[in-house]
Design a protein around this ligand. Sequence first.
Ligand code: HEC
Length: 153
Amino acid sequence: MFRSLTIAALALGVAGTTALAQSNVSSQLKARQGLMRVNVINLGILGAMAKGEVDYNAEAAQAAADSLVGVSMIDQAVLWPEGSGEMDIDGTRAKMEIWDDPDGFMAAWEKYNTAVQAMQAAAGEGQAALGPALGQIGGTCQACHEAYQVPRN
Ligand code: HEC
């Protein structure tokens, strides 16, 4: 349900003709980039525990994992409006492939969502459970960035 709705919304965006002015999409741009950074913070908490740099704490690990899942539940269709790609506005590294291939983009989110849900299930189970779950999440971040994010140079 969620998936087909967001794909429909993205497809609708692709069908739109006029590119939006930068000011109209700046909230979405800041929001999606900020949410990525929230994820980085929570992954950092889990990563430090996985490496033993910080003592494992089941409650803190669970809170970080729950936050990853919470962010993953935000409807992506509203964060990636047509006219907010790298060819449209400054300050974004969103490739045009997001709008050329909305199904692929949403499929990449689905894989990411599955990985953060696995972390949510594992986070409270002890330090040893964190590493594998983190590896799974990291793979999905990387896969999406390779396809849909302009590399930093
Ligand atoms: C389904 C695709 C997708 C997934 C999954 C994904 N990202 Fe991203 N990410 C992007 C895109 C596209 C951008 C570029 C956004 C922009 O600049 O408008 C981005 C941008 C970023 C940025 C830069 C934010 C900024 O301030 O410019 C960071 C950091 C980041 N992602 C981290 C992550 C991490 C960590 C994960 C996994 C936990 C992740 N991303 C998962 C697609 C994804």
